[in-house]
Design a binder for this molecule. Sequence first.
Ligand SMILES: Cc1ncc(C[n+]2csc(CCOP(=O)(O)OP(=O)(O)O)c2C)c(N)n1
Ligand SMILES: [Mg+2]
Length: 389
Amino acid sequence: MRHHESVVTPAGEHDITDGGPDMVQFLDAEGNRLETNESNAPYAEIVEALTAEDGRAMYRDLVLVRRVDAEGHALQRQGELGLWPSLLGQEAAQVGAGRAMRPQDYAFPGYREHGVAWCKGVPPENLLGMFRGVNNGGWDSNENNFHLYTIVIGNQMLHATGYAMGIQRDGAVGTGDESRDAAVMAFTGDGGTAQGDYNEALVFAGVANAPVVFFVQNNQWAISEPNYKQFRIPPYLRARGFGFPGVRVDGNDVLASYAVSKAAMDAARAGQGPTLIEAFTYRMGAHTTSDDPTKYRIAAEVDIWREKDPIKRMRGFMEKNGHADQEFFDAVDAEADEIAARIRKACQEMPNPELPTMFDNIYVDEHPVVAAERDEFVAYHASFEGAGH
Ligand SMILES: Cc1ncc(C[n+]2csc(CCOP(=O)(O)OP(=O)(O)O)c2C)c(N)n1
Ligand SMILES: [Mg+2]
């Protein structure tokens, strides 16, 4: 075994902390800029074109997104939300991808993509309503080209491919007009790659040469299922079988995530078809607030990944290169506090919906079973009246 943390399984050796030599990386864990090598060379030009100001903007995104996420977690623990899926540890993967999208590009998220939502301009307080149970989504997908969260694992890959085929048919691919050419980014996790929907979507996308980038955040776990129970070879290598390129990128390195995502989205918009990006990262927290990961994973694994923290890494890079001073870092922290206070207030002030509205919009026409369930539910709630509830 190369690393003590490798897991040897019937499917071979799985290293859950080291992405291997194919992984595109520009910054090491301390924020040192890595030399050009075979894996990162195709993307070096994109990174070189970034300015110190671009770096500061990315760092700000990372910190603010982490703070929004921490607030979501706290609000759940205080009883204000029913559930919260944390993105802790995956900020760089998401901010890199999100920043590679243009306004006309469309994102199809799962349920953990708060960082992509942020980059697409969805107000963070709008993410909370669904998890508070006061609405079924909380934002207009077409306002920011950011689809509603999808809980059904892998389902959004089909939506994404279909949407991308629509863009093709609209003729908004490969025209050379930067404000018109569009592409789609579809987000799922390592577990999502085992779904039928995912595989069907990739078959269609490949055959149609559709303008879609599949962005798989491999955070090593699908609730309690580790990678080795989901696949024998990693997602980026499986892309070849669908007929398009696959790239593994360091998901904790925002520069790498951005560069690989930008190259893939530029290619898709230009009519060169899909790319599969596997962002190798780690879910630092629980699956959701309903989960206790200490039941199925060891603390040593989490400790190894803590060292690879995406914010620490970017800050190290900026400090080493004199791209930001203490005043900047303090200002970002202060802004994070303001946003946290704002979304907390917004959450607590969200009006409760009328009770039976959750039974609306299930069928176009009234359905007898749904109607019976609604009546039973309303009667059940009415039974508490006068009982102090
Ligand atoms: C079709 C379907 N099957 C099962 C579930 C239950 N479920 C919710 S999250 C999850 C794991 C998903 O893991 P992964 O794709 O790796 O994403 P992550 O949560 O790690 O971001 C499962 C099995 C579901 N929501 N949908
Ligand atoms: Mg996962």
